[in-house]
Design a binder for this molecule. Structure first.
Ligand code: KG4
Ligand code: ZN
Length: 378
């Protein structure tokens, strides 16, 4: 079954065609990052206007790529779209496009939850032949329950997946998501948007241009979020205190630089910048440690057969290596998506849709309009 997926919840305009829920035929993403760098974050009105400009070219490119692989548009069996949660103006662009395609091509329309999309990203592959067959088998025989930590700019959830489409939400963030904390802290440091990759790169390599070596994660002592309050034993997250602690350090470092080099602005800036690799490493390490400590605690209670991480922050290399280390002797299977499927994409949307559809095809025959709800839902 071939499903055309559409994603437009935040700042990526994306279309993809996926076969049988796992095999990515083509995956086209127009990222608005260049636009949002100017403001250091996503301005919803700007994002929705960019989606309007991009959606048709992205759709055309997806269909053209599919045609090169022998998939003609009349071979597509259904349309999927990320309906919620997201920025309303952005959602409307994807949902109106999906509705128009469904009506004009006379195809079922399958609206799905964006966060649920992230939960399916670890199963996506573009490999064909034997590798794909093994992958499908792996997917169909997925070992439930699966404990999944999904961490992005807009969401931060710990989910127990009991079967396809059956979830228990164990915990979520009470304020910022980890991705949002990365973005905001990067902005405070004067780094570019999105903050996650910028912080990771500075922590990993230092600033070779200035001769600064890679960051030391022990250089700055930062508070461990939610470790000593009434939430220490639940599975919720909070990153606002950590963000404030980093802000205080940044103010102190800038003051220190000014006192050291009162008449040399460039020298003061260099001094401040020389501290950033260490601060980035300390911040990144603290966030990863916190994300994983709750995941570890939940795994002891839920006894999952598999543990996955997903969402934009799951692209983080430190998080991946700390995850491997944390569960190395546990016997639990660890999975994370290919880097291309960590951040927002439409392949994950088409993947969820496949499992929704095969469970209950009749449900989608009469539903050809998708209207995003203004209420948050999971
Ligand atoms: O899943 P995603 O594309 O969008 C949402 O659904 O929110 O995630 C974007 C988030 C951003 O906050 C970005 O800073 C973060 O993922 N991110 C990373 C990395 N790559 C992206 N965070 C840490 N390390 C990375 N390598
Ligand atoms: Zn997302």
């Amino acid at each position: 079954m071939l499903i055309l997926g559409i994603e437009s919840t935040c700042d990526e305009t994306a279309c993809a065609i996926v076969e049988n829920g796992t095999r990515v035929v083509c995956n086209v993403i127009y990222s608005q990052i260049a636009e949002h760098i100017k403001t250091g974050g996503v301005v919803p009105e700007v994002a929705s206007r960019k989606h309007i400009e991009a959606i048709i070219p992205v759709l055309k490119e997806t269909l053209a790529q599919a045609e090169k692989k022998g998939i003609k548009r009349d071979m597509i069996d259904a349309i999927a779209v990320a309906r919620n949660p997201g920025l309303l103006g952005c959602l409307l662009v994807g949902n109106n496009t999906a509705t128009a395609l469904s009506l004009s091509m006379n195809l079922p329309l399958i609206p799905v939850n964006h966060i649920e999309g992230h939960l399916y990203a670890s199963w996506l592959t573009e490999d064909g032949g034997q590798a794909a067959a093994e992958f499908d088998e792996d997917f169909e025989s997925a070992k439930f329950p699966i404990l999944i930590l999904t961490v992005s700019g807009g969401h931060n959830n710990l989910v127990l997946m009991k079967n396809h489409g059956v979830y228990e939400l164990l915990g979520e963030t009470l304020d910022d998501s980890a991705g949002e904390a990365f973005d905001k802290v990067a902005r405070m440091m004067g780094l570019s948007y999105p903050g996650g990759p910028a912080i990771q790169n500075l922590a990993k390599d230092g600033n070779t241009e200035n001769g600064f070596k890679k960051g030391d994660e022990k250089a700055f002592k930062l508070p461990k979020p939610m470790s000593k309050n009434e939430h220490s034993s639940d599975f919720n997250y909070s990153f606002s205190g950590l963000k404030t602690a980093v802000r205080t350090i940044i103010i102190k470092l800038k003051e220190e630089a000014r006192i050291k080099f009162p008449n040399y602005e460039a020298e003061a800036a260099k001094y401040f910048n020389s501290k950033l690799p260490d601060l980035c490493a300390s911040f990144e390490h603290t966030i990863c440690e916190n994300l994983l400590s709750k995941l570890e605690k939940a795994s002891l209670i839920c006894n999952p057969k598999e543990i996955h991480i997903a969402g934009g922050v799951s692209a983080n290399l430190r998080l991946r290596s700390m995850l491997e280390k944390t569960f190395s002797n546990s016997g639990v299977i660890i999975k994370y998506p290919k880097i291309a499927y960590c951040t927002d994409n439409a392949a994950m949307i088409a993947s969820v849709a496949y499992f929704r559809y095969i469970k209950n095809p009749a449900k989608y025959q009469s539903n050809r309009i998708s209207i995003p709800s203004v209420e948050k839902d999971l």
